[in-house]
Design a protein around this ligand. Structure first.
Ligand code: SAH
Length: 398
């Protein structure tokens, strides 16, 4: 009897994404920040990287190279029907169909913007909804991916924060967004940014697992320079990321001093600038071509004066940096206004004169609420935030 006629006896719930095992959640801070379990559905092969599928096949008594081919079918060719995977033995295909599944988030709405940006709303198995954005720009196409259902960090100027937080996304739910974008484009996107809903470093294992698949030549084949993880600055996770991933880093700075940053990005109370900046510097140490991208939302009369620019220059002295100035994208009830264009330009010029690289981020897709900080989805809030959008972000989360 050929080995491949054995039905898989193994449920995937026990098989961890390839890179996950290395990161036991011993870090107390991370445990607090990842309080709710990822939504990995048992048996979903989309939750595994190539090594994970090979290991699973080995355990099933199958040849690992069949697992490799299966991985290619899913991610390179976009094929999800086992029976269409013609280089897998027929018995194996039947066994896979019986015991395992390939479940993607479902696209429930697509919104096109006048500027070519497209926003997808995707529904997950438990009915939660997340958003993903595709941004064409000349020969580049960037896909902005969500990492959590909602966000627990409560940045006061971000509309995702207002939705609250439900749970982490699984590897399959993160890479599933890339899968859909690749099918819609007919090729993998040229760039991926983890800048959608959620704080990627608060969902460490799934995000690292998904980024591995993004980089795998058998899947989407993106180089480390074309994947950018954006974080509000969870310092222990940043240190850990350095040990296992070499993707590019963007950090949501938004203020040059702790007093102001405490207000805008409350996680700063836990990991203040004197810890964050050295950790970022260490992240790129040893690679002269790399810079940290600092995101800086331009808020009228709040963080946009010449004095703020000067303080920023001092703060980033000696750190290979690029400043990304983001005009504030409004949403109802935010209470903030964007700095006027001339102020943003004056601020930028001040940075440039000091030798800092600084660009103003183009606002894309604002007519469909697809710009930075405007993604909302449908989140059943399970966080118990103590005092509204400016209150403690993490402590109030179950
Ligand atoms: N949690 C991650 C990803 C957030 S979204 C992080 O904090 O980095 C990506 C960027 O958009 C972040 O820099 C975020 O601070 C910024 N942002 C959030 N809301 C915004 C808004 N309303 N206008 C402009 N930028 C915003």
């Amino acid at each position: 009897m050929p080995a491949d006629s054995d039905a898989p006896r193994l449920a995937l719930a026990s098989a961890r994404p390839g890179s996950g095992d290395r990161f036991a959640r011993e870090d107390a801070a991370l445990a607090v920040l990842s309080p709710l379990n990822a939504g990995a559905a048992p048996g979903n092969l989309l939750d595994l990287d190539c090594a994970g599928i090979e290991a699973l096949f080995r355990e099933m008594g199958q040849k690992p190279f069949h697992g490799r081919n299966l991985f290619k079918w899913i991610h390179k060719h976009g094929v999800l029907a086992f029976e269409a995977m013609t280089d897998l033995p027929k018995g194996l295909r039947a066994a896979l169909a019986e015991g395992l599944s390939l479940r993607l988030p479902e696209v429930v709405r697509e919104q096109p913007s006048w500027d070519g940006t497209r926003k997808w709303m995707m529904e997950l198995a438990d009915g939660q909804r997340i958003e993903t954005v595709l941004i064409p720009d000349g020969h580049r196409t960037t896909v902005c991916v969500s990492s959590q259902v909602g966000c627990a960090l409560n940045c006061s100027f971000c509309s995702t924060a207002q939705q609250g937080f439900n749970r982490n996304l699984s590897v399959g739910e993160i890479i599933g967004q890339v899968w859909h974008a690749t099918r819609a484009l007919g090729r993998p996107p040229s760039n991926l940014v983890l800048m959608g809903m959620g704080e990627p470093l608060a969902n460490f294992e799934a995000v690292v697992g998904a980024m591995g698949i993004m980089q795998d030549d058998l899947a989407y084949g993106l180089s480390k320079y074309r994947i950018t993880l954006s974080t509000s600055g969870i310092v222990p996770a940043l240190r850990r990321l350095r040990e296992c991933s070499d993707v590019s880093l963007a950090v949501s700075l938004h203020a040059p001093d702790n007093a102001l940053r405490d207000q805008l990005v409350p996680i700063n109370r836990k990991y203040p600038l004197e810890e964050l900046v050295p950790a970022c510097k260490a992240f790129i140490a040893g690679d002269k071509r790399r810079k940290i991208t600092w995101e800086y939302v331009m808020l009228d009369s709040l963080n946009d004066s010449d004095a703020h620019a000067k303080a920023l220059i001092r703060l980033l002295e000696g750190v290979p940096s690029k400043l990304n100035l983001i005009p504030f994208n409004p949403f109802p009830g935010s209470g903030y206004r964007s700095s006027p264009t001339e102020r943003i330009e004056a601020f930028r010029q001040r940075l440039l004169r000091s030798g800092l690289m600084a660009v103003t981020r183009k606002t894309r897709g604002d007519d469909i609420d697809a710009a930075c900080g405007q993604l909302v989805g449908r989140v059943h809030d399970r966080s118990r935030r103590l005092s509204g959008p400016h209150g403690p972000a993490v402590e109030g989360t179950r």
